[in-house]
Design a protein around this ligand. Sequence first.
Ligand code: FAD
Ligand code: SIN
Length: 533
Amino acid sequence: MRQTDFLVIGSGIAGLTYALKVANQFPEKKVLVMTKASADETNTKYAQGGIAVVNDLENDSFAKHIEDTLIAGDGLCNEKVVEIVVKEGPERVQEIIDWGAKFDKEEDGDYKRGKEGGHSEFRILHHKDVTGKEMERALIDAVNRQANIEFIKHCFVVDIITQHHLGYLVNKATPDVECYGVYVLNLETNKIEKILAKITLLATGGNGQVYRTTTNPSIATGDGVAMVYRAKGRVENMEFIQFHPTALYEPSVRGHAFLITEAVRGDGGILRNLNGEAFMEKYDERKDLAPRDIVARAIDSEMKRTGTEHVWLDCRHFTKEKFTEHFPNIYEKCLSIGIDITKNMIPVAPAAHYSCGGIKTDEWGRSSIRNLYACGECASTGLHGANRLASNSLLEAMVFAHRCFIDATEKIGLTSFNTNIPDWNAKGTTEPKEMILITQSLKELQQVMSDYVGIVRNNVRLQRAMRRLDLLWEETEQLYESSSLSPQLLQLRNMITVGYLIVKGASFRKESRGLHFNTDYPGNSNLIQNIVL
Ligand code: FAD
Ligand code: SIN
């Protein structure tokens, strides 16, 4: 059994920013960061476009960034939270610069600023087309310099420990569910260990892997959301899954698709259908730079209309020098599969990209479970509403990591360890013999979610999806009860839970708003508020 003052689950931008702050504030206390993968295998590492921030008050303003965020969010953003994130953003961005992250600069030393869909100004700081990799690098370097942070990799957090594990009945009506730490599967020993913590932060990222094609790496399986839901905490707005309009279309690739950043359209890339027509003007006056929900739906509609599996992104009017100055990684990737972007158009199609909903938090990152915070993509803070504005998530993660830190600073002295927690009970389980059952169920789940709960939904599709998920859930629970645990089985179980929450949220939302488009309720004249599950 281990004990730590601060436990941080997840080593992306949210977890590491928070860990650095608490460790620096309390040099005598222990901070433990855990991740189920290698240190930097996170959604953060794959972020391309950059971080949206107003740090040029001559040409931009907080009011404009706030307005852009509210418009994208389609009536569901929490306005106070939007103001907090936009106004506190510049200070947080300066902190990561001070920790060593480098953003591209003009010759005169000012930052280069990019533009993406839904932004009225150029305000996106970036490091070429590998911004997340650079930010993650800087954070890991800073963590390695901090003596009181212990960083454990390849440890899979299975469940949050609450009163339930002490034998008490805990349900949604229990007023004070409390977090005492977590059970983890140590992937080196294959044993379940318990970790007691005074304060725990979930920074477990997104859930794109629930779909057949996603820009998210394999770690993005919604574990944090599933754990909180099992622990009877509050989860909200799960129906708002953002599909990125332009993932590279490679017919042989299933799962993790390569992203073609929206910044390419910000710099002048044009979407064309298979007939070569620049179609976005038919759908929105902002054309290729309309918010993502609109562009993704337009592409979906063009693909269905022309019976094809992709559209084109045309960059042939760029010179090689201009393109590679901002997008060297994309240039190389395209070339590696025989596409010279100065001569050939890039085949692109929408892919699951970002979860706007998640673990419900207040404006200090507190979840509904005591001593448990949530931050980053796994959290639902109120910033994104029904559709996230591009490049707002790295910003949100940093602002809320800081706010969790401020609140935890006040709470740590009032919290003690609960040492009565029992060990994990693995009696009656045996090694799983049939891995095929797990891999096949995962494929089925991804198929169901992509076919019935994708960009366009309707009631019949949602009902079908729910029935299929019920069956998958039942079969997976049988495996879970009888097998010793493996990350594949735990992830499958979590992803089925997340799929269920997405379908449930989508079924309750009897309107079309932002990322949720249901052809049975095409209008949105009666605002339905956040759907809390
Ligand atoms: P992550 O960075 O995903 O980290 C999650 C961590 O939790 C990982 O360390 C993982 O191993 C760990 N974890 C998960 N489950 C468990 C478990 N059970 N046990 C132990 N550890 C666990 N946003 C922008 O603002 N700008 C962009 O330009 C941008 N581009 C993007 C491009 C791509 C291709 C993708 C996929 C996303 C992009 N986003 C962008 C979104 C943004 O990158 C993410 O929302 C953000 O990085 C999430 O950070 P996070 O810290 O919340 O989670
Ligand atoms: C992109 O670079 O297009 C992704 C930006 C984001 O998801 O915020």
